[in-house]
Design a protein around this ligand. Structure first.
Ligand code: SAH
Ligand code: SF4
Ligand code: F3S
Length: 467
């Protein structure tokens, strides 16, 4: 890590952008990303690999010599999107373009992709990205049907070259893959077994990110809190959180996604003790029914989950909690759905995502009967979302009058309007009269400012900057 080329790459986009120049091969690449934050971050690393090879990144596929789709297959619809995108590149329309399919659909469909879209020349899953430079070299000399699909790997994708898109928050994957076996989920099949990075390499990258001007780091993993340091140092996840937070220059550390089974009191204690660790936990429950949770193989009961929630809510520092929920899992009865609704009352989530169960390919759920009708799934989703909306509104309204520190990451087209996030991950839109009166030099982007909340909606807060 830490080569000079890395530094130049980060300088192209980081807060301390200096416009460094890399040697060009005169060619351009385009990458479109679907799916989760881990995919977004993988694309940032793939972009780094391409820039180091002399390619330039472009915003439009028709301007590119190499077009990548980094794909998601969590639900059937996500996978379908990829094939409709590929349809835009039939031979004849762009005969010299190299088309590559990366990510979870690539891993899942493998060679099938070449059958369905013969104009694709590279298919590579995330567990094989270490080999990407070699695979690219084969494609560049004219090979077709180049594949990287090994899943049984113990490697992580630790490229020295990452081209981060977000100038304010740096993603950093600490654990790849997933060893859980939720019956509805494709991730263990598309991302392979769990592999943690060493704490030393993580901390080194964090120090480097501070040098590039980042002060907020988001640690990523499908089950981020299942992290196990493979080095003799043997740091636990909670210890790692503290170590990252203590790197000089770091002001915020986030982490996602936490699995309830591996969510231990030490994590709450770390958040209580170290203000740099953000007071937000994303702890997906999926269902409020112990019977459904068992059918999902989530490895906890409703009661065990609610014990974790009680632990978090009892913390000395308020911690916001968000969740993911699936409605209409095979066999979910009305009464079981009601249990999910009653869990919302108890958990009092500050936000989250909810989905209709969708039959994925290649998971045990494939053998289950998708027994809840689409209409009923739609009804349950609407009821659930309406309930969660009113909970969020009430929780946000309770914050009116309080002052929060936000990291400013957006600016509205309207004058004096800015947006930022609180440590508890709420969006706060605010006015800052003094900043605008001093003109363009007074941009607040990337700064930490204090904002007093004056109004609340279900998904965001409104306020005014205080000094
Ligand atoms: N690793 C994370 C989540 C990964 S996928 C965890 O364990 O919580 C993100 C979310 O997609 C899941 O939390 C789940 O709510 C949803 N999801 C996954 N598979 C799904 C499926 N087959 N149908 C509907 N939603 C699904
Ligand atoms: Fe999928 Fe379950 Fe692993 Fe999350 S914990 S990625 S839902 S198998
Ligand atoms: Fe999708 Fe793969 Fe992420 S299936 S949600 S891109 S791990």
């Amino acid at each position: 890590m830490g080569s000079s080329i890395d530094i130049r790459l980060e300088m192209l986009t980081g807060p301390r952008a200096a416009g460094g120049v890399l040697p060009s091969n005169g060619k351009a690449f385009f990458i479109e990303t679907f799916g989760c934050q881990m995919n977004v971050h993988d694309s940032e690393k793939v972009a780094g690999v391409m820039l180091a090879r002399g390619y330039q990144q472009v915003d439009q596929p028709h301007d590119a010599d190499v077009v990548f789709f980094n794909t998601c297959s969590i639900r059937e619809k996500a996978a379908q999107k990829v094939f409709s995108r590929l349809g835009l590149f039939r031979p004849g329309e762009s005969p010299t373009k190299i088309i590559g399919v990366l990510g979870c659909v690539a891993q899942q469909e493998g060679e099938e992709i070449f059958e369905r879209a013969p104009w694709v020349s590279l298919v590579c899953g995330s567990a094989s990205y270490r080999k990407l430079p070699d695979l690219l070299a084969q494609v560049e000399v004219g090979n077709r049907r180049v594949m990287g699909l090994d899943l049984d790997v113990d490697e992580t994708f630790e490229t020295e070259l990452t081209r981060r898109d977000n100038p304010f928050r740096a993603y950093l994957t600490i654990i790849e893959g997933c060893d859980k076996a939720c019956t509805y989920c494709v991730v263990p099949f598309t991302r392979g077994p769990e592999r943690s990075r060493t704490s030393a390499s993580i901390l080194q990258e964090v120090r480097q990110l501070v040098d590039f001007g980042y002060s907020e780091i988001q640690l990523l993993g499908q089950t981020v809190n299942s992290y196990r340091d493979p080095s003799p140092r043997g740091m636990s996840f909670a210890e790692l959180l503290v170590a990252v937070a203590q790197v000089p220059g770091i002001r915020r550390v986030r982490f996602t996604t936490s699995h309830p089974r591996d969510f231990h009191p030490e994590i709450v204690q770390a958040i209580e003790a170290v203000p740099e660790i953000c007071n937000h936990v994303h702890l997906p429950v999926q269902s409020g029914s112990t019977r459904v949770l068992a059918a999902m193989q989530r490895t906890y009961t409703r009661e065990q989950y609610l014990e974790k929630i009680a632990l978090i809510r009892a913390a000395r520092r308020p911690i916001s909690i968000t969740s993911d929920i699936i409605v209409g899992f095979p066999g979910e009865t009305d009464a079981e759905f009601e249990e999910t609704l009653s869990l919302l009352d108890v958990a009092q989530y500050d936000g989250g995502f909810s989905f209709k169960f969708s039959l994925p390919i290649y998971t045990p759920a494939r053998q289950m009967e998708d027994s809840v009708s689409e209409e009923e799934k739609g009804r349950r989703l609407a009821v659930l979302q309406e309930k969660q909306r009113s909970i969020q509104l009430a929780r946000n309204e309770a914050l009116v009058g309080q002052t929060f520190e936000v990291l400013v990451d957006g600016r509205s087209s309207r004058v004096e309007q800015w947006a930022g996030r609180t440590s508890c991950n709420r969006v706060l839109n605010f006015t800052s009269p003094s900043a605008s009166s001093s003109g363009a030099g007074a941009s607040l982007l990337g700064q930490y400012v204090q904002v007093k909340v004056s109004r609340a909606g279900p998904n965001s807060l409104v306020g005014e900057r205080v000094t």
